[in-house]
Ligand binder design. Structure first.
Ligand code: 6GU
Length: 237
């Protein structure tokens, strides 16, 4: 998978050099390019923002530097024989980025992430971009970050780890929170007694059937307590 990230803070994305995603890049499983949006400005001050029409607080990102950056990236993908790219736009006004979205996006061969700052990007950019990209505006949740960079890191990690080969043991992708719509069961390691806290007996029993049933119960109980919104609505028929 090829991933291009466009930002005015390229150094923010240096986290993509380390850990699992860093290794996947070195192994050639993920090809990640980070671009400075200001390299696609044409004025002496390398301006990327301006005041909003209609008034209001803050600044809006100008569409033209984005169009120039995205055109050159789309062309690079086309030259490399990649399919229609997905333009992923982290924004608190997007659809919720959930595991199912990560799953869908992990099947793409070219992902382009547009990290906005300030009050956002001129809306016309997204309409223009539909010609070249499948456009998806996505939010991490109901809170506000200063820009798309931290969200982009989270999304790239969630998507990248689903690309075959990136996670060494594919079994670890099956038994984890959200993979089956429920939260993960609690986990324990040695020692079995630690500072007066014990590992549940069933996990020491060696009875795989009982362990599996207990874990399922724990998943349902945790989800009911912490995230009832994930369970089917009992009021629905
Ligand atoms: Cl994707 N972007 C920003 N700026 N803030 C957010 C977010 C995204 N998701 C939650 N808050």
């Amino acid at each position: 998978m090829r991933i291009d990230v466009v930002t005015i803070f390229p150094e923010y994305l240096s986290a993509l050099d380390v850990s699992l995603i860093g290794k996947a890049r070195r192994d050639g499983l993920l090809e990640i390019h980070v671009h400075d949006l200001r390299d696609h400005t044409v004025d002496r001050h390398r301006t990327v923002d301006d005041t909003p029409y209609g008034g209001g607080a803050g600044m809006v990102m100008k569409p033209e530097p984005w169009a120039l950056a995205l055109e050159s990236i789309a062309e690079a993908g086309r030259s490399a024989g990649l399919g229609r790219p997905v333009l992923l736009v982290p924004t608190p006004s997007g659809e919720l980025f959930r595991q199912s979205v990560a799953q869908e996006l992990s099947a793409a061969d070219h992902l382009v992430v547009a990290c906005g700052r300030y009050e956002g990007i001129d809306e016309r950019l997204f309409h223009w971009a539909r010609e070249l990209f499948e456009v998806r505006l996505v939010s991490l949740g109901d809170y506000v970050l200063n820009g798309g960079e931290v969200a982009a890191l989270a999304m790239i990690e969630a998507i990248g780890r689903l690309v075959p080969g990136v996670v060494g043991n594919p079994e670890s992708l099956v038994e984890e929170s959200h993979s089956d719509g429920l939260l993960e069961y609690p986990v324990y390691t040695k020692p079995s007694s630690w500072r007066g806290h014990e590992v549940p007996d069933v996990l020491l029993s060696g009875d795989h059937g009982r362990v599996a049933a207990w874990r399922r119960e724990q998943q349902l109980e945790r989800t009911r307590r912490r995230r009832p919104d994930l369970l089917p609505d009992p009021a629905a028929d």
